[in-house]
Design a protein around this ligand. Sequence first.
Ligand SMILES: Cc1cc2nc3c(=O)[nH]c(=O)nc-3n(C[C@H](O)[C@H](O)[C@H](O)COP(=O)(O)OP(=O)(O)OC[C@H]3O[C@@H](n4cnc5c(N)ncnc54)[C@H](O)[C@@H]3O)c2cc1C
Length: 272
Amino acid sequence: MKAARFDYARARSLAHAVELLGSGDGFVKLLAGGQTLGPMLNLRLVQPDLLVDVSRLDETRRWSEEGGTILIGAGITHAALEDGAIPGPTGAVLAGIASGIAYRGVRNRGTIGGSLAHADPAADWLSSLAALHAEVALVGPAGERRVKVAEFAKGAFATAVGDDEVLRAVAVPRLAKGARWGYYKFCRKTGDFAEAIGAVLFDPERETLRLVMGATNGAPVVLDRAAPGGIPETVDVAVLERALDDHGFAEDAYGKAVHFVAARRALVEARR
Ligand SMILES: Cc1cc2nc3c(=O)[nH]c(=O)nc-3n(C[C@H](O)[C@H](O)[C@H](O)COP(=O)(O)OP(=O)(O)OC[C@H]3O[C@@H](n4cnc5c(N)ncnc54)[C@H](O)[C@@H]3O)c2cc1C
């Protein structure tokens, strides 16, 4: 099958992309790496009137540091992150996540911003960046606003991005000294979309532990707790089960089991 007919415009700047989104020319869709949108167009799951290409915007293809926070342009590819675009321990964590996404061909084109904006519950960045206390920077006609990744997904494939907004960057706090990170993606073979994701971040300065369960039926499950004694040895299965029941897993024993496994393995990795 081929895509339905659409008009195409290459955005010259973020401001131009915002202008085109608000142009009133029917249904407008942004194009980044095209790794998700391409197949969706061809299958006619999405039929925009105008496709706005943001894949060449320099503004979204660089990273910078503000205080203790790394700002990663939405157009930075999984491959660039895998190859160590960001230095330091936080960059190594990001590289590890990126390397588990699909295969190199997809990673060469797929972007961190496109992945977040698509908000597939099984995608790696959505859950991992929620665990890392990241925020997204969204630019629209009224200027820029920030949204925590943990609150960004409103459900499966639904986000806080407004119809007239572009995801400009992801703000990831540098890991605190001595922070511990664990990430486990439960999937049938390397590079597949996850059946379950567990992500754990322990912050020794704040003595807090964040555990995220991803690849649910909607937004990731984010659990925060005080951890004055360090990283606990085990996950409290009753707490996880209650959270999963609230996310549509009440009748799904297999779904719950793989999420317990992913959470437990992420915790074990963080303790290593
Ligand atoms: C075979 C295959 C396997 C995959 N496996 C995995 C996997 O294991 N884990 C995983 O996480 N992902 C996986 N993916 C998805 C991949 O990571 C995609 O790169 C990603 O989901 C979309 O990124 P993109 O840059 O290609 O965005 P596009 O496909 O161009 O766009 C995706 C959506 O985001 C919107 N969008 C893009 N950029 C912006 C922006 N700046 N602001 C607002 N909206 C925007 C678009 O309008 C569209 O709705 C896989 C994809 C394929 C094809």
